[in-house]
Structures are given as structure tokens and as C-alpha cells.
Design a protein around this ligand. Structure first.
Ligand code: ATP
Ligand code: MG
Length: 356
């Protein structure tokens, strides 16, 4: 395998006046990876992407593509294409001419253009729509034209800035799967910007979670979800129960409540103030394992959502944990808990994480 990263950000910052849009970001994106930049609005995702594409100059640090320092090169001298959120298609041109546009400008021969455009339209499943105008296509189809138009140039890296944001939820889910399949087929490195954690989790080989211009954590979806490095990552990635307390002897003691078993932690002294996080789906409500600490709480709310039911359990005054149960074939409706009932719950100590 080629060890040179497709994209390297080396101590990259971007300042606008006194404020940092991106602050000292170090990232290696491997060739062929589906890599996502994930974070809330304003955290610096677009600015990072624009610096990779060459549309914005960093105020510090360097951008490397396939080992070459491109910090001072303009966009057209970088082997990179971008799909912007607004697809920016030419409405007066047919789908095929939109896709052919970049190749014509480069002076590629007519026959080759015909062949490559045909291949691309097949890849994005628009081969029957070559002569249509973009204005007559659905949102998902327009999105695929934009993708074909970028991929036809065979860039080493494709940058995508929230390309699915304009689509409704169902189409978006469908396009997520298609986009990932297309990426596997063409083997091009994708750098994908999104503020949707589900999207980043399902599509990425690896992702970077950003907050206020910095990378908080970088890893596989499983790393980031199961082992969040900070309170921010734990709360941003899906639903997390976050509780503050004092660490003592393998447990976190709440102010007016029980001690939550978290297992022993190196480097955390007795008496330290800590936060703990436990995912709703890691909480057991029955069939406890031997040795599991079992606590008690009162059901405050039962939320039925079809495939799952969420219980809000009050464990101490003002402290509720949410617990999620799958409504599997074996689960019986009449076994569900109701508000006001006292329940027992527990977790494996390793599923209750200590955060700084
Ligand atoms: N040209 C600019 N001049 C001044 N400030 C800017 C400029 N571009 C971006 N910023 C600021 O930099 C920060 C990061 O912006 P950026 O567009 O990278 O965020 P983002 O993560 O893409 O957000 P969103 O999810 O809303 O698109 C924001 O605070 C933004 O206001
Ligand atoms: Mg943005």
C-alpha cells in the first residue's frame, strides 16, 4: 500500500481578523479513503475543505497532496475536484454536456469525451437522462450530475461540501448508500463535509470531529462513537447520558444519588471531579449479568418510536438517564415500563466512560 497520504494538513490555521476559523489542524487522509469532516455549524469544515482545494489560503501551516506541498498552488493546479452544496449546474446545457464541460475545456478529444461521459452517466445511473436539462431532474438526480461532472476529471481527491443537505431524509439515506458504492467503485479519495453524525458514521472509513476550528478526535466511526475522547465528542456523536460526579474507588458518586460503577481508571485520583458518559443502548433493564452492579430509578417517561422504546429514568433528583430498548420480535408490548414505576438498571463497567 502507498504510505504517502493523499492529503496532509500540517499545522494548518486560518484566521479572519482576530478570530480563528481553523486552528492548528493536523490530519493525514489516506489514498482511497472515504474521510469525513464532521462538526456543528461554524466549526471550520468548509474553510478546511477550501484550503485543501486551494480556494482559501491558510494563514499558517501547509497543505500537501500526495506528498507535494501545494500551499501556494491555485485550485486548477491541484489534482482535486469539488462538489459544492449548490450543485452549480449549467441549466442551459444537457446532462451530458454538463458532465463533458471540464473535459472540453481541457481539449480532450471528442471520442474520448463521449466514452468517458457515457461511463460516468452509467456509474451514477443517469444513462437514460443524457439529453435532459438539469431543470427537469429531481434533487437526487441533479446531485448525481454534479458528482459525475466532478468524477469525470478523474481527480486524485474529491472534496464534497454537504452534497446531500438539500435532499429529503429518505432520498438522502438512499444517496448515502449510492455515494459510498460509487466511491468504492472508482477508488478515489473522498473528503466529505457533513454536520450529520449518522451520515458520517455510516459513510466514512475514518472521520475527524471538529469543534471551534480544532480537530477534537480523529478515528474510525467505531473509535469515535465507542471511545469519545472528550465531553464534546460524546455529546455530539449520537445520544449520550452525561453526568457529573466525584470519582471514588471505581465509581462515580453523584451529589444526591447513587454511585455509578465505571471500573477503575489509571491516572484518576479519588476525589477528582469527573464527567461520565453512558450510551442509552448500553443500559440493561433486565436479565443482568452476574457481577453487574444493579441500580434503581423511577421511570419518568416512555417514548415509543417504532423499532425502539426510550425510557427516561430518574436516578437522583434532577438526574435522568435515557435507556433504549429494541422492540425485537421477542419483546412484548405489555412488558414495557410505565411512568412512575421503579426499575432496576445496570451496565458493564467498561460501557460507562470517564471523560475530562
Ligand atoms: N470569509 C470569511 N470572513 C470572515 N469569517 C469567516 C469567513 N469564512 C468563514 N468565516 C468564519 O469562520 C468560521 C468557520 O466557518 P466555516 O464556513 O468553515 O464553518 P462550517 O463548519 O463549514 O459551518 P456550516 O456547517 O455552517 O457550513 C465561522 O465562524 C465563520 O463565520
Ligand atoms: Mg460549511
Amino acid at each position: 500500500m502507498d504510505a504517502t497520504p493523499a492529503v496532509r494538513l500540517d499545522g494548518v490555521s486560518k484566521q479572519f481578523g482576530d478570530s480563528y476559523a481553523v486552528r492548528d489542524v493536523n490530519l493525514d487522509i489516506e489514498a482511497g479513503e472515504f474521510f469525513s469532516l464532521l462538526g456543528p455549524s461554524g466549526c471550520g469544515k468548509t474553510t478546511s475543505l477550501r484550503m485543501i482545494g486551494g480556494f482559501t489560503d491558510p494563514t499558517a501551516g501547509s497543505v500537501l497532496l500526495a506528498g507535494e506541498d501545494v500551499t501556494d498552488l491555485p485550485p486548477n493546479r491541484r489534482n482535486v475536484n469539488t462538489v459544492f452544496q449548490s450543485y452549480a449546474l449549467f441549466d442551459h446545457l444537457s446532462v451530458a454536456d454538463n458532465v463533458a464541460f471540464g473535459l472540453r475545456r481541457k481539449g480532450v478529444g471528442k471520442d474520448e469525451i463521449g466514452e468517458r461521459v457515457g461511463e460516468m452517466l452509467e456509474l451514477v445511473q443517469l444513462d437514460g437522462h443524457a439529453l435532459r436539462k438539469p431543470g427537469t431532474l429531481s434533487g437526487g438526480q441533479r446531485q448525481r450530475v454534479a458528482l459525475a461532472r466532478a468524477l469525470v476529471n478523474r481527480p486524485a481527491v474529491l472534496l464534497l461540501d454537504e452534497p446531500l443537505a438539500a435532499l429529503d431524509l429518505k432520498l438522502r439515506r438512499q444517496m448515502q448508500v449510492e455515494l459510498k458504492q460509487i466511491q468504492r467503485e472508482v477508488g478515489i479519495t473522498f473528503v466529505f463535509v457533513t454536520h450529520d453524525q449518522d451520515e458520517a458514521l455510516t459513510m466514512s472509513d475514518r472521520l475527524a470531529v471538529m469543534s471551534e476550528g480544532r480537530v477534537e478526535q480523529c478515528g474510525t466511526p467505531e473509535d469515535v462513537y465507542e471511545h469519545p475522547a472528550s465531553r464534546f465528542v460524546a455529546s455530539f456523536m449520537g445520544t449520550s447520558n452525561l453526568v457529573d460526579g466525584v470519582y471514588r474507588d471505581g465509581k462515580v458518586v453523584l451529589e444526591q444519588g447513587p454511585a455509578l460503577p465505571v471500573g477503575r481508571r489509571e491516572g484518576v485520583g479519588d476525589g477528582s471531579s469527573v464527567s461520565v458518559s453512558v450510551r442509552p443502548e448500553k443500559i440493561w433493564l433486565s436479565d443482568f449479568e452476574p457481577g453487574m452492579s444493579v441500580l434503581r430509578g423511577v421511570i419518568r417517561e416512555t417514548v415509543y418510536s417504532g423499532a425502539t422504546t426510550t425510557y427516561l429514568i430518574e436516578v437522583a433528583p434532577g438526574v435522568t438517564l435515557s435507556a433504549l430498548e429494541q422492540n425485537t420480535a421477542r419483546a412484548r408490548m405489555e412488558d414495557r415500563w410505565n411512568g412512575g414505576e421503579t426499575v432496576e438498571f445496570g451496565w458493564r463497567p467498561e460501557h460507562c466512560l470517564l471523560l475530562d
